[in-house]
Write a protein that binds this ligand. Structure first.
Ligand SMILES: Cc1cc2nc3c(=O)[nH]c(=O)nc-3n(C[C@H](O)[C@H](O)[C@H](O)COP(=O)(O)OP(=O)(O)OC[C@H]3O[C@@H](n4cnc5c(N)ncnc54)[C@H](O)[C@@H]3O)c2cc1C
Length: 497
């Protein structure tokens, strides 16, 4: 059943639940549904309504303190289904090497193995309506430093119909199931604003839920899961650590730290031959790929060895859709860069190379609390996104390898943007994040380096868990949601074991 907190009868929220989940985005819905299917009595508390409302979205406003960002409100949605209500549906799981400790990069390494997460990939792909992935890093011909790998799309319909329910949007696909379920009590307009602890503060005793009309109720459960998105999970922990003397995973002062994005930026212009265009039919080079999203979209990425040799993080480079028709003689004559390429083959399609790359863990890149409170009395978040030298070295090193590969194979040429040629930290003007909010409640073996343990349980608290990308110690280069769903399935299994 789905209730509105404004009218929900007190008896529906009283008694003890097995599991209380805060937040009904993909992470929260997956945990709640799988726990209920395993026989648990679950309450799913969603701060927003079933549709967008201004009073809910306003709670997402924060203050920008670091590298320019599109804004914390614009990069997420606060209602049933969460940010999948406007996500793009681009999916790729983390690579095996993303879990490794790297001696050359501080704070890398997951405390759990790749296999522990990968076993949930088929089920996550099924939920997100994408085909299966396999170990798909094939060497790129003409390069020893690059591999070809690919994305899939959570979308069956052509691009033009993208807003008719696809890609998989969690406000729609599972709403009927939650409506019909007796095992999960779903409550919308129910904001979790505080976490009550017992005297010793090693167990949570209740989630405090507030409505927009001032109604306040405490929900009791055996286990508590915060699944409120990559920023709000951290904001709640920061707020509650102020009240509970840093006992909610902040023993090492790590709550909010190592917050990460996937920086995105154009790297330059490519010119390719008809040969490349016709051979690589899986690549994003396909002029029409955006209109037929069920096909794979190939990208190039650095090999594991090259990442270590060059001391860079991971990246995905996309030779984006080229112009729809070959360049005319007049156009070539008018473009010195192309005109002066003296090769046997015709270079006749141009496009932009676009990159998304992995940010290295950095304790100074963080979420903090400002002194301003929102309408529900919680401190608003300050977003201090910062980048290191390695975060600028990564895209440049990879771009150069793509340029070399195109030269070696004679398949094309790349003209790097000026910014990509200058050593040192460039102006960050052309760069932005991908709406991927990772870290801040990172997974670690000990509280000194993170906030949750390998089971996503908050260090030092017996029954409080975090679901979502806030727990990522590192984030690879790919969009995060399929991995969020894998981890949510894993958490549900842990909670029901
Ligand atoms: C424009 C855009 C495009 C994107 N495209 C892609 C893509 O192509 N591929 C990809 O993998 N990812 C993409 N993402 C990211 C993706 O949407 C997120 O990774 C995903 O939604 C995160 O899931 P989540 O459940 O952890 O959090 P969310 O989706 O943020 O869900 C959190 C839920 O918690 C609720 N909530 C918040 N605060 C409270 C509170 N105090 N009490 C109770 N409930 C609360 C919210 O209302 C929301 O329903 C995109 C994001 C955006 C914004």
């Amino acid at each position: 059943m789905i209730l509105d907190f404004k009218q929900a009868p007190a008896e529906a929220l009283s008694g003890r639940f097995d599991i209380a989940v805060a937040g009904a985005g993909p992470a929260g819905q997956v945990v709640a549904r799988r726990c209920a299917e395993a026989g648990k009595r679950v309450v799913l508390l969603e701060g927003g309504a079933l549709e967008y409302t201004g009073e809910s979205q306003e709670l997402y406003i924060g203050e920008e303190l670091g590298v320019g960002y599109r804004g914390l409100s614009g990069s997420r949605l606060r209602y049933f289904g969460g940010s999948t209500n406007h996500w793009g549906g681009r999916c790729r799981p983390l690579d095996r090497h993303d879990f490794d400790v790297r001696e050359d990069v501080a704070l890398t390494g997951w405390p759990i193995s790749y296999e522990e997460v990968a076993q949930y990939l088929p089920e996550a792909c099924d939920i997100l309506n994408i085909g299966l992935f396999n170990e798909d890093r094939t060497p790129v011909e003409g390069s020893e430093t690059l591999v070809e790998s690919y994305f899939r799309w959570s979308l069956e319909a052509p691009f033009a119909q993208m807003f008719d329910g696809a890609p998989v949007r969690f406000d729609l696909v599972w709403r009927d199931w939650f409506e019909a379920s007796d095992a999960v009590t779903t409550v919308v307009n129910a904001n979790v604003t505080a976490v009550e602890m017992d005297a010793g503060a090693d167990r949570v005793t209740g989630f405090v839920v507030q409505g927009y009309d001032g109604r306040r109720v405490e929900i009791a459960a055996d286990h508590y899961v915060v699944a409120m998105g990559g920023v709000e999970n951290v904001r709640l922990l920061l707020n509650e650590n102020r009240r509970h003397q840093d006992r909610l995973g902040n023993q090492g002062g790590m709550v909010g730290r190592c917050w990460m994005e996937h920086p995105h930026q154009n790297g330059g212009v490519y010119v390719i031959t008809e040969r490349l265009h016709s051979h690589l039919d899986r690549w994003d080079l396909m002029v029409d790929s955006i209109y037929a999203r069920q096909k794979n979209e190939s990208i190039v990425a650095p090999t594991t060895a090259f990442m270590r040799d060059a001391n860079i993080m991971s990246a995905g480079l996309r030779l984006r859709r080229p112009n729809r028709r070959p360049l005319s003689e007049e156009e070539i004559a008018g473009a010195p860069f192309i005109r002066d390429l003296k090769f046997e083959e015709d270079y006749y399609r141009v496009g932009v190379i676009y990159m998304a790359w992995e940010q290295a863990p950095n304790p100074d890149s963080k979420l903090v609390l400002t002194e301003e409170k929102d309408a529900l009395g919680m401190y608003r978040v300050g977003h201090d996104w910062r980048l290191l030298d390695i975060d600028f070295r990564t895209p440049r090193a990879c771009l150069r390898e793509v340029a070399k590969m195109l030269i070696r194979t004679g398949l094309g040429r790349l003209r790097l943007d000026d910014e990509m040629l200058v050593p040192g930290l460039p102006d960050d003007g052309g760069m932005n994040g991908g709406n991927h909010h990772m870290g801040g409640a990172r997974m670690s073996a000990t509280p000194e380096t993170g906030v949750v343990d390998g089971d996503c349980k908050v260090h030092g608290v017996d029954n409080l868990y975090v679901a979502g990308s806030a727990v990522y110690p590192t984030g690879g280069h790919a969009n995060p949601t399929v991995n969020i769903v894998q981890l949510a399935l894993r958490l549900a299994k842990h909670l029901t074991a």
